[in-house]
Ligand binder design. Sequence first.
Ligand SMILES: Cc1cc2nc3c(=O)[nH]c(=O)nc-3n(C[C@H](O)[C@H](O)[C@H](O)COP(=O)(O)OP(=O)(O)OC[C@H]3O[C@@H](n4cnc5c(N)ncnc54)[C@H](O)[C@@H]3O)c2cc1C
Length: 416
Amino acid sequence: MLGWRWLSIPLITILLVLAPVFWAFPEGLPAWRSAAIVSGWVGWGLLLAGLLLMIRESWLADGLGGLERMYAWHHWLGMLAYLVLLFHPLALALDGWQESPAVAWAVLSPAQQGWPGWLGWLALLAMMAGLGAALARRLPYRHWRGLHHLFSLAVLLGLGHLLWLGLDAPALWAPLLALAFIVWRVLRADQGWAARPYRVSGVVAAGEGMVEVALQPLGQGLAVQPGQFVLAAFFDGPGFRGCGEFHPFTVSDIGPEGRFSLGIKALGDCTGHLQAVESGVAVRVQGPFGDFFAGQSGPQFWLAGGVGITPFMGRLRAGPLAQPVRLLYLHRDAGDVAYDEELQALAGQQPLLSLVTVASGAGQPDLSPLLPAAGDLAGCDCYLCGPPGMVAAAVAILRSRQVAPARLHFESFEFR
Ligand SMILES: Cc1cc2nc3c(=O)[nH]c(=O)nc-3n(C[C@H](O)[C@H](O)[C@H](O)COP(=O)(O)OP(=O)(O)OC[C@H]3O[C@@H](n4cnc5c(N)ncnc54)[C@H](O)[C@@H]3O)c2cc1C
């Protein structure tokens, strides 16, 4: 049965789309003019839902099925909102067409408009540029995120468009709420108001190009569970200048009194710089997010790719396993394997753990011979964590080996 967590986003979207349409439904107007007004409000409703989904609060993510799911819907709703809003001026032009082609052209041509029209067109252009950037996955993350703010600009311009049209204050609740969602996200997540203060209390090498950083809370710590991730921003210390950006990292160890560790691999500018982090550095942490290991009790198959070993380390370090686990750990080469000695020691101590590490070289390995046969997967829950390409390929193979979707649990180490 579908639970609330799966229905929540579609239901909220429907509500946020219907509410402004209901509020501002035109009466007694020609058909195309009504269609234009309705499409404008449907677009605002879709934008509202999309903006709600970029708010990064752990209670909200828990209720809506996780951050990754929220971000996926956020992207689709943004695109849909753009298409629906694009229809708005076209429907107005079709309304003008009933009178004459010249009137239709006057609706579309910026040369024949005043501020309300210019602001509307500018809002659509800002949205289009924001969308283009959002789809450009090869852009460095920092630039990609910066260009995403074009959507915020589009919301402001759209609000200006409505104000200039002289809309009554009660009709403005949808754009004002959209603005409130943006401010909420920027202050609480990007500016770190929702984050708690921590300090780096220790750093050890966890493998080549990877450090494990222990964090100690300066006030009340976060209650983290194995398999969860946090958003952490590293600032300054005695001899270190942090990049101060929030990045997602999975907890690799959980200690008493709110302490925990993060295994951080050099995968880009900020994480490369973090290889030199030292004790005493100030950190702000938001979360925790996710429920990777929630509620399964039967035999398990774990697949880790590269730094995707961190949630499994967090689980193994949390105490003895209660069920048989087969862990397949893929890494590029012998120098690239993280937590090598500790993993071998854990496999020696935990009779329920069977560990296979495979150096698969650079590029995408052929997973088919490495994954368990269909017979060995019967009744097994599969947990996959690593690069998106590896996770997608493994999911396809496991599905073809009759693993039900409900038994596949994965964490992709990339979401935008
Ligand atoms: C749920 C989750 C858990 C993760 N756990 C770990 C972990 O335990 N250990 C670890 O080393 N890495 C982990 N990562 C990956 C880590 O977040 C990225 O390597 C890091 O953010 C790269 O930042 P950068 O500035 O060094 O590199 P960049 O060159 O800026 O980015 C490299 C790639 O990382 C992704 N990325 C960058 N910043 C963010 C961000 N703020 N939010 C989401 N994705 C981003 C982008 O897709 C980008 O293409 C995790 C990622 C996710 C999504």
